[in-house]
Design a binder for this molecule. Structure first.
Ligand code: HEC
Ligand code: HEC
Ligand code: HEC
Ligand code: HEC
Length: 190
């Protein structure tokens, strides 16, 4: 067994500094913010889904998403309205503020593959779970295996992680109405 010497200990300053560095992450994983830091899988971004989910015959989920507000969620943070909200909250550039990125990007603070981009805003994995381990054909075609590898089946709870009063522009959320606007069913399924 290794001898326990003074050198194995963390320096005294770290007792203060490390908790301080973790504070923003802890604060943002509280109720009303999507919990993405605890995901065991890496986020690959929309490029890791679109090649298999853009056929019109099967519902073109990629095309539906690309035309939705979710795909513009990061861009929205560069608007004058976004800057005004950030200024009022004493934040700098909203596209760099953790408090805004928490809901306007996919899996902030989680593990990201090189293909992930903040610019994609609220991508597939914000609702379906980090995809690096389930986005393979033999796994995807099997529902149980997809779930075992990190795929989530989204429901109203999923939406409420972001559509809640921690959103500075929140005006209420009606699941049926909002879901109809983003629905992307596969017409070949029952
Ligand atoms: C290599 C091709 C491929 C890639 C890449 C892929 N998928 Fe799939 N996905 C499939 C296939 C095949 C199915 C099963 C479709 C069927 O049964 O007709 C499927 C099914 C699904 C389903 C329904 C699963 C169920 O059991 O309810 C979801 C949701 C889904 N994919 C999301 C994603 C997301 C999100 C990504 C990116 C992270 C992704 N897929 C990447 C091929 C792929
Ligand atoms: C990771 C956070 C996040 C999740 C999860 C999420 N959304 Fe959103 N949603 C947003 C953001 C951010 C916007 C604003 C995008 C913009 O306009 O730039 C938005 C906008 C929308 C809009 C367009 C604006 C409106 O209110 O009509 C609809 C519709 C919508 N979301 C539906 C849903 C539904 C349904 C779910 C769940 C199945 C969901 N969202 C899950 C973050 C999220
Ligand atoms: C808890 C999640 C959440 C957080 C945190 C969040 N947003 Fe949003 N944001 C949303 C959702 C969801 C929408 C779309 C529906 C709505 O307005 O609530 C949205 C919409 C917006 C819009 C478009 C509003 C419109 O009416 O077109 C702006 C601008 C915006 N957010 C700016 C910001 C800024 C700036 C921050 C950081 C200070 C921020 N948001 C933080 C979830 C969030
Ligand atoms: C805002 C949340 C949200 C986003 C973003 C999102 N989805 Fe979905 N997706 C859902 C919901 C909700 C369902 C329906 C789940 C259910 O009831 O089975 C669904 C269903 C699906 C299905 C199954 C369709 C069927 O009828 O079998 C596929 C495949 C899928 N999504 C792929 C994608 C892909 C690929 C992307 C990105 C290009 C994406 N989704 C983005 C929420 C989302």
């Amino acid at each position: 067994m290794a001898e326990y010497t003074k050198n194995n200990r963390l320096p005294a300053w770290s007792l203060v500094l490390i908790p301080l560095l973790l504070l923003p992450i802890v604060a943002l994983t509280g109720a009303g913010y999507p919990d993405t830091t605890s995901a065991d899988h890496a986020f690959v971004g929309v490029d890791g889904c679109k090649m298999c989910h853009r056929s019109a015959a099967k519902g073109n989920q990629f095309g539906q998403w690309e035309g939705s507000r979710h795909a513009k969620a990061f861009e929205t943070l560069s608007s004058d309205a976004a800057k005004a909200i950030a200024t009022e909250k004493g934040l700098g550039n909203p596209q760099e503020a953790a408090e805004c990125l928490a809901c306007h990007t996919t899996g902030p603070g989680g593990e990201h593959a090189a293909t992930w981009k903040a610019e994609e805003g609220v991508g597939c994995e914000a609702c379906h779970g980090a995809g690096a381990d389930y986005n393979k054909f033999p796994i995807m075609r099997d529902h149980e295996q997809s779930v075992a590898n990190g795929m989530l089946v989204p429901n109203e709870e999923t939406c409420l992680k972001c559509h809640n009063d921690n959103s500075p522009t929140f005006k209420g959320f009606d699941f049926e109405e909002k879901h109809a606007k983003i629905a992307h069913p596969d017409p070949t399924k029952g």
